[in-house]
Ligand binder design. Structure first.
Ligand SMILES: Nc1nc2c(ncn2[C@@H]2O[C@H](COP(=O)(O)OP(=O)(O)OP(=O)(O)O)[C@@H](O)[C@H]2O)c(=O)[nH]1
Ligand SMILES: [Mg+2]
Length: 302
């Protein structure tokens, strides 16, 4: 049997649906998803099989104009993911079309495109009438020589099987990179921290989700088969701590319950989750925070 295996980077503007597509390809929620931009902060690998091919999808942070050190490290991680991949899939939102952000990404693709297969996936086709899709497809293909164009709905699953089959055929021949039953390549402690950050992002408003980070500090296996997980939420100001806790601790309690429920489902075991909020005004400038997130601190140098 000839096997194939390789890396497929999903890139695009924030909110394009990269993490949604990764999860659908893998068949499990490996990468967190919210309706807000800049949800994913680091590269997240998920593994899918298609016939004799093993597809290692690399979800990346959205590409945008970075302002802070964290933003720069995220954008560098995204381009790094694209540069290391066998195939790159650019995801563009059907209803937004060619934005300034998409134009900038196309320029970036010219630089890394040499000798690499780059496909276009127009996502969220459930949001627009099909006539519009043809115009967008030809506009985008006039601007960049995509190897193929797919029209998909990552959320509804439309067009995803065709995309996976095509991607499998583009991967180099070679042995599989992961055991057949592995779906993610991300430490469990990081997946657990991400789940909590997702619940925080969904509940907190304005800039607050962008000014906090979550780390798993301790993971204790218990004899009864359950696990006790301690996490720290780093925020930048006292006022933020109050908001994260909420009135009589209601917000943090709701976050903790939601994160625990999801973790229990993911791990299929009982979890005891303990969250603590710490004020750390300078966490955005601390290299340890970046390594915990899976980012390179130096990438953030201005
Ligand atoms: N209607 C519709 N919504 C979608 C589709 N795919 C994703 N979404 C929604 O778009 C939003 C963003 O999805 P994500 O998967 O988090 O997007 P992302 O590209 O990973 O975003 P960042 O991590 O911020 O870069 C979520 O609310 C998704 O539910 C789709 O095919 N149709
Ligand atoms: Mg994402």
């Amino acid at each position: 049997m000839t096997t194939r295996a390789g890396f497929i980077a999903l890139i695009g503007e924030p909110n394009a649906g990269k993490s949604t597509l990764l999860n659908r390809m893998v068949g499990a929620k490996v990468s967190i998803v919210t309706h807000k931009v800049q949800t994913t902060r680091a590269r997240i690998r998920g593994v899918a099989m298609e016939g004799d091919a093993q597809l290692v999808f690399v979800d990346t942070p959205g590409l945008f104009k970075p302002r802070r050190r964290l933003d720069r490290a995220m954008v560098a991680a995204a381009w790094g993911g694209a540069a290391d991949a066998d195939v790159v899939v650019l995801m563009v939102e059907a209803h937004r079309g060619i934005t300034e952000g998409v134009e900038r990404i196309l320029e970036g693709l010219e630089e890394i495109g040499q000798g690499r297969t780059i496909a276009l996936a127009i996502n969220k086709i459930d949001k627009v009438p099909s006539e519009k899709l043809l115009a967008l497809t030809s506009d985008l293909n006039a601007r960049f020589p995509f190897a193929e164009t797919f029209m998909i709905s990552a959320e509804k699953g439309r067009g995803v099987d065709d995309l996976r089959k095509w991607l499998a055929s583009k991967l180099p021949e070679g042995p599989w990179l992961y055991p057949e039953d592995q779906i993610a390549d991300l430490p469990l402690r990081m997946i657990a921290a991400e789940m909590t950050r997702e619940k925080l992002t969904l509940r907190l408003h304005q800039e607050l989700p962008y000014q906090l980070t979550v780390e798993t500090e301790n993971w204790e296996e218990r004899k009864d088969g359950s696990a006790k997980i301690d996490q720290v939420i780093y925020v930048m100001r006292d006022g933020h701590k109050g908001i994260v806790l909420g009135k009589r601790g209601e917000t943090i309690k709701a976050v903790s319950q939601a994160a625990r429920a999801e973790l229990e489902e993911f791990l299929d075991r009982k979890i005891h989750l303990f969250l603590q909020v710490k004020v750390r005004p300078n966490w955005l400038e601390e290299s340890e925070r970046y390594s915990e997130m899976g980012l390179d601190f130096k990438d953030g140098n201005g």
